[in-house]
Structure formats: structure tokens, C-alpha cells
Design a protein around this ligand. Structure first.
Ligand code: HEC
Length: 391
């Protein structure tokens, strides 16, 4: 019936529909996800902020608990769900599929290697790595060249094998380790990052294209809740925690960075908050070095090696932006730069490279990373004023 309406009229209807009178958004979730309790809290906060009514739907998904095929999700989005929450997306994949729309993420959730903190548990274990069958962990173990890995039925079995000492370590999605520790308060694992092409994941909301307006509202609320600190508070238990061994050092040296430092002795060092008073922006510390390198090869010859300016304007400090009340926005600069720069070959870098350069520009202008990677799919939407805190 809707199809018979002229397109222009549909647009008007969509724009005019007042939130309060419209039917509640049917928000589907993966009931068996390790992040189910976080997803519930995030849904509540986000929909409250957006002023939208919603009902949580637990669709039955085919296959094993916790596994959903993309085809299932697509079908549900066309029938019983307006949106999904708790959709894990590999950070290297910008779009799940062309016909769907992802919100900005509300949690970074990586695959990590873990072993029991209690030394005796692992002392006699064979030097093998437990991974779940047909999970990203299996691919990660292969890409990491782990010599012996032990393929088990599911993540639960992986955790059990490591706790029992059947395997010295395991690779799992960090939220499943959090969920395990919540059920077994005496369990405690030492974490190590993994570095494969699919180690880094994020959790987002997903809609299909016909609900793009809803996805935009969700994104706006996620962004607002990140900024006012309520989302970081909710998700704190799910953020990668500082490694047990390095925690004291981590607090001193990394309180400001709130990051994951793959290079630093292989320890996972991420704190939930950031230094008081430091402005944060959405980018991950890992993006800064690649951005710095790209800047050196593609931008520095005009803008100066220290971003101080040359034949082209300065890109840091007061010569670029004031320390408050800037009229430029982060998204505006991103759009300008990714369309017009480098001036001699405009728009010719990859979206991911522009995102890394933007992370470097934010870093160079005194921003601390929020820890959520800057995603090229959304970088242009960010309406935050770009002030510069660099001298
Ligand atoms: C061949 C020289 C050249 C290269 C290479 C170059 N730029 Fe530029 N860029 C310019 C010039 C010239 C302007 C000023 C354009 C104007 O004012 O119309 C500019 C402007 C900008 C601005 C806007 C500055 C402002 O104050 O409004 C940004 C941001 C920027 N460039 C980023 C980059 C980045 C990032 C790279 C590398 C990917 C890059 N540029 C590479 C010449 C260059």
C-alpha cells in the first residue's frame, strides 16, 4: 500500500511523523550475545535520549545460539525488526553490506589472547591456543602463526579449556571474557592483543536503507551520550582493561591516552576514562602513527613537516583554529580534506587513510583519543567544533 504513494509524499510523511505518535521502534537483539546486558542498557539510554519509543524483540535466529547469518538478519530487517542492536562489525569493513546502515559504534570490542593470571594453572598446560570453531578467533590464530591451536565447539568450551589448563591460552572476543568473569568472579585472565586483519571489532546498531533516518537519529544520540560521558560509564566494564601486570604503570602513563598499545610489550592498556580536562575526540591511538606517516608523504611538502604551514596554511595551533569557539567542525574539515586534498591529487587516498590522517590532525591539535576508532563512513557527520589546543 505504501508503495502506491508518490515518492515525494512519502518523504513528507517521514519528515512530519512526530516521534511520540509513531509506533514504537521494533529493536531486535541477539539474546545470546555476550553483551546482551550492555545492549539492553545502551538501547534504553539511546532511545530515551532520542525521544523514541521502542520495544525489544528477541527474534528466533536459525543455527547455533549466538550465531546469526547475514541472511537471517537481512530477512528480519525486512519483516520483524526496524533495527538491530549489538551487531559486531570488523573495523576493517566499512559497511556490512551495501543495503544496510550502521550507526556509529558504541563499543570497541576486540579479539584478545588470554591466559589465567594464576601462574600454576598454565604452568603445565600444553603450549596450545584454544579457539572456537568457525569463529574469527580461528582465522586470527592462523594469521598470528600460532603453531598449535586447539579448535573447540564454541567460546564457552574455549574458556573452560583455558581455565582447566587443557590449553595454555585462548583467543576470544573480549566481551565473552567479561561475561565469563561476571559469572565466575574468581576467574581472572591476563590479556594480550592480537594483530590480525580481523582482530578489531565494534558494536553498532544496524538498520536497512529504508530506515536510514532512524539510523541517523540513533547515531546522533550515541554521539551525544559518548560526549556527555554516560555511554563510557555504561560500557566501562566492557572496555578492555589494563593488563594485571602493567596496571600501575598504565595508570600513570596512559590515563590520558585511554588506549590499546600493541607496541608496548604486547600489553593491553586501555582505561575507561581520559585525563580530566583533556578534550577527547573519536579516534583510536592506533590510527595516529599511520596518519602521521601518511601526512609526511602526502601533505607535509605543502603544509610543513610540523603542520606549521608552508606554501599551504598551518594545520595545527592558533594559525589553524582558535582554542575555543571555532567555526570549523571536525566533520567539515574531514569532508573538505577528503574531497580536496592533497591539492595535487584531490580525493585520491583511501577513506581509511583520510580517517587516519584526521586522527593525526586531532592528536596534533591536542585531542586525546576516545578510544573509538574514527570511522570513515561517519567522520564527515561530526558536528563538534574543531578547536586547537596546540600552542
Ligand atoms: C600541493 C600542495 C598541497 C598538498 C600536497 C596538500 N595540501 Fe592541503 N591545502 C593546500 C592549499 C594551497 C590549501 C589552501 C586552499 C584554499 O585556501 O583554498 C590547503 C588547505 C587545506 C586544509 C584547509 C585548511 C584551512 O585552514 O582551511 C586542510 C585541512 C588541508 N589542506 C589538509 C591537507 C591534507 C590532510 C593533506 C594531505 C593528505 C594536504 N592538505 C595536502 C595545499 C596542499
Amino acid at each position: 500500500m505504501r508503495k502506491s504513494l508518490p515518492a515525494a509524499m512519502l518523504l513528507t510523511l517521514a519528515a512530519a511523523a512526530p516521534a511520540a505518535n509513531s509506533a514504537p521502534v521494533r529493536l531486535c537483539r541477539f539474546a545470546h550475545s555476550a553483551t546482551a546486558s550492555l545492549d539492553r542498557q545502551v538501547a534504553k539510554a539511546v532511545f530515551e535520549h532520542a525521544g523514541l519509543a521502542y520495544t525489544m524483540v528477541d527474534p528466533r535466529l536459525g543455527g547455533a545460539p549466538g550465531r546469526a547469518s547475514a541472511a537471517d538478519v537481512t530477512k528480519l530487517l525486512a519483516t520483524r525488526c526496524d533495527a538491530f542492536i549489538g551487531v559486531p562489525v570488523a573495523r576493517r569493513i566499512d559497511h556490512l553490506r551495501p543495503a544496510s546502515t550502521l550507526s556509529i559504534p558504541y563499543l570497541d570490542a576486540d579479539f584478545v589472547k588470554f591466559r589465567p593470571v594464576a601462574a600454576d594453572a598454565a604452568a603445565h598446560a600444553p603450549d596450545s591456543v584454544a579457539v572456537a570453531y568457525a569463529s574469527p578467533a580461528q582465522i586470527i590464530a592462523a594469521q598470528e602463526h600460532d603453531h598449535a591451536f586447539d579448535v573447540l565447539a564454541d567460546t564457552r568450551a574455549v574458556l573452560r579449556a583455558v581455565v582447566r589448563g587443557d590449553d595454555a591460552s585462548g583467543i576470544a572476543w573480549y566481551p565473552s571474557i567479561v561475561a565469563y568473569e561476571q559469572r565466575h568472579p574468581q576467574a581472572h585472565f591476563r590479556l594480550q592483543p592480537t594483530h590480525s586483519s580481523i582482530s578489531q571489532w565494534q558494536l553498532s546498531f544496524l538498520t536497512d536503507r529504508s530506515h536510514a533516518a532512524l539510523a541517523r537519529r540513533i547515531t546522533a544520540s550515541v554521539r551525544a551520550l559518548r560526549r556527555d560521558g554516560s555511554l563510557p560509564r555504561l560500557s566501562a566494564p566492557w572496555q578492555l582493561r589494563p593488563d594485571a601486570d602493567t596496571a600501575p604503570r598504565a595508570q600513570a602513563a596512559f590515563a590520558q591516552d585511554a588506549v590499546y598499545h600493541p607496541g608496548d610489550g604486547g600489553s593491553m592498556l586501555r582505561t575507561a576514562g581520559s585525563a580530566q580536562g583533556a578534550a577527547t575526540a573519536d579516534f583510536a591511538q592506533q590510527q595516529v602513527d599511520p596518519g602521521r606517516q601518511l601526512f609526511a608523504t602526502d601533505c607535509a611538502r605543502c603544509h610543513g613537516a610540523q603542520l606549521q604551514g608552508g606554501t599551504a596554511p598551518a594545520l595545527r595551533g592558533p594559525g589553524f583554529a582558535p582554542s575555543s569557539g571555532s567555526t570549523m567542525t571536525v566533520g567539515g574539515i574531514y569532508q573538505y580534506m577528503s574531497t580536496n586534498m592533497p591539492a595535487d591529487k584531490p580525493g585520491q587516498l583511501q577513506p581509511r587513510q583520510y580517517a587516519d590522517i584526521m586522527a593525526y590532525l586531532l592528536h596534533a591539535n591536542g585531542y586525546a583519543p576516545s578510544g573509538l576508532a574514527l570511522d570513515p563512513a561517519h567522520a564527515g557527520d561530526d558536528q563538534t567544533p574543531f578547536d586547537s589546543f596546540a600552542k
